[in-house]
Ligand binder design. Structure first.
Ligand code: ZN
Length: 596
């Protein structure tokens, strides 16, 4: 495996790989771009061909080609490896039969099942009837083929017999969610007499199925929807239908349209609107939102939004709001879904998209149209619906705007609204979401930032190193001082790159442990992308002064605490010593701060 990774890295150039996804422009020895992983206007995403790494100085993401493909395609390492192996023309050795995991077997079963259903739709009589129904609803032959729509025959053991003959055990078929054992012990197919929509993972492998009835009489007599239960491969709280095909388009358009049904996704995509996904019969979950966030923070919803109730849909949207998504609502004519609209006239959809309303405006308009904003009861009812929605807005300026708006429209003082807003408890508090799931940018401490800046300035002008005292060096984190040490020894970080390290050909790197190569690469890239004209020495002195002051301030804080506890415990001898120490420190701080 390591050989394959090395081989792929040797054959591919990071600039070409990343350049096939986003537009790069050359700047000095490196390339830069607007980061595809966070929203920004000024490009802070850099690619270094010399080191074969990328790094975003805005959101702190970075790594090698594998990391980039994982991040942009939203796939696991194994899948990134497959994608890049194909690009590089490197053949990955097949995994031996014994090593095939349970997962692999389940993937195979799902793939066979999808083929079985597709064939049934094309060839069986009932299947042809189902296909006629789909075509009649406006779905094209191409869409049926691309989305691999199929038909499950109306028999008890159609698929399961087929899979058994292909060598799969009943237990495996059951684990894939395709068969069930009755109370009497007989084994039967889960999907019978239904149109089948395979559900794909991010890598376009079939992981589950959704079955829909289509005959009029069935619609009233049996369950309209049957879906794969949660299996090793399929977790409905994580899957978003259509994301495998939509992800790059979502990123390109920086917006994701959320619909309810599978047919909505297919019909919209057929009409050229590809940035569309459907939840699999659940309200939006934190998992789905986290996945979506990799691609865009803008959501357009195209489903029934009940404003007043406390439905799962509303909670999901609330959660998205809390997680910092910008949400707009597509206003559709009553009793119609996107699939109907597209079937009738695709250009209607464009009009609907153009008239999307922000979630706040939508909630405001709907709520005010339903309540009497003049009566005290009406005012109370309105605020009961709108306050939680306002409370979820992460940006305080935007939040304060809507507070003012609400106060103005119901004719009360802003303070009264602010007061009530404090009392509102949000439902996602009860979901037990960790704060870091809501805010996800890593933040570095001032000390860490200064450390990095100082190191980058040393890399840029090595003579800066001589300005550091022995005490200063002790203040650096062990990792960073190791990188500085290595650099001092070699006087050139140009030779520092992961490729050289991995092959072990480049001697100077011998002194740097592999886990620090990433940090060294990041810091040297940082030193390269700095503006050309700065006075590296003056800049270094400024940073060093702040770095030293920060340390003394921390020390002072600690001494103050010790003084406080010495006073509490009446340790007078110690107290005198501490006060002396405090005064010395303050004097040093004063001296430092006055040096220019
Ligand atoms: Zn970024």
């Amino acid at each position: 495996m390591d050989n394959a990774i090395e081989e792929i890295k040797n054959r591919l150039n990071i600039v070409e790989v990343i350049g096939s996804y986003i537009k790069l422009s050359k700047t000095g020895a490196n390339f830069r771009a607007v980061c595809p992983f966070h929203s920004e206007k000024k490009p802070s995403f850099f690619v270094s061909p010399a080191r074969q790494i990328w790094h975003c100085f805005g959101c702190a993401k970075g790594g090698d080609i594998f990391g980039f493909v994982r991040e942009i395609e939203g796939v696991e390492f194994g899948d990134a490896l497959k994608i890049l192996a194909q690009k590089a023309g490197v053949e990955l050795k097949p995994i031996s039969q014994e090593l095939k995991t349970e997962r692999n077997r389940l993937y195979e079963i799902c793939e066979w099942a999808a083929r079985f259903f597709e064939k049934q739709l094309e060839e069986s009589n009932a299947g042809k009837e189902a296909k006629k129904y789909l075509l009649g609803r406006g779905m094209s032959e191409d869409s049926i083929k691309n989305w691999r729509v199929g038909y499950a025959p109306d028999v008890w053991q159609g698929l399961s017999d087929f899979l058994a003959s292909a060598g799969y055990k009943k237990e495996e078929i059951e684990k894939a969610g395709l068969g069930l054992t009755s109370e009497r012990g007989s084994f039967y197919d889960r999907f019978r007499g239904r149109i089948i929509f395979p559900v794909f993972d991010l890598n376009s492998q079939v992981v589950g199925f959704g079955g829909r009835v289509f005959k009029e009489k069935d619609k009233t007599e049996i369950a309209k929807y049957v879906n794969t239960p949660n299996t090793l491969l399929y977790d409905k709280s994580r899957v978003l239908y259509g994301l495998n095909g939509a992800k790059l388009d979502i990123r390109k358009k920086d917006a994701c349209v959320l619909v309810e049904g599978y047919t909505d996704v297919i019909m919209l995509s057929q009409a050229g609107f590809q940035n569309v996904v459907a939840t699999s019969g659940t309200a939006l979950t934190p998992f789905q939102l986290k996945i979506l966030k990799r691609y865009s923070e803008n959501i357009l919803t195209a489903f029934d939004m009940d404003v007043a109730g406390d439905s799962a849909t509303k909670r999901g949207i609330g959660l998205a709001q809390t997680m910092g998504f910008n949400i707009k609502v597509l206003l559709m004519p009553e009793n119609s879904d996107p699939a109907d609209i597209i079937a009738k006239n695709p250009s209607d959809w464009e009009k609907i998209s153009e008239n999307a309303k922000s979630i706040l405006s939508f909630y405001f308009d709907t709520t005010f149209s339903r309540q009497d904003s003049k009566s005290p009861e009406g005012k109370k009812a309105i605020s009961k619906v709108l306050l939680p929605v306002i409370k979820r807005i992460p940006n305080s300026i935007e939040r304060s705007f809507w507070v003012q708006e609400l106060a103005r429209k119901i004719g009360v003082k802003e303070e009264a609204v602010t007061e009530e807003l404090k009392k509102v408890k949000l439902s996602e508090d009860a979901l037990g979401l960790e704060p870091e799931e809501i805010v996800n940018l890593p933040s570095k401490s001032r000390k860490e930032l200064l450390e990095e800046r100082l190191t980058a300035l040393i890399l840029r002008s090595p003579e800066n190193f001589n300005l550091l005292s022995k005490d200063d060096l002790e203040l650096f984190s062990p990792q960073i001082s190791q990188v500085i040490g290595c650099f001092q020894k070699n006087k050139s970080l140009d030779k520092l790159n992961t490729r050289a390290l991995a092959t072990g050909k480049d001697e100077p790197l011998g002194s740097l442990p592999p886990e620090l190569v990433g940090l060294a690469n990041y810091l040297s890239l940082k030193s390269e992308i700095e503006e050309e004209e700065i006075d590296a020495e003056a800049e270094f002195k400024d940073c060093l002064r702040e770095f030293r002051c920060l340390e003394i301030k921390n020390k002072l804080e600690k001494i103050s605490k010790d003084i406080k506890s010495a006073e509490d415990e009446k340790k007078l001898g110690e107290l005198g010593k501490l006060i002396q120490e405090f005064n010395d420190c303050s004097k040093t701080l004063n001296d430092f701060e006055n040096i220019i």
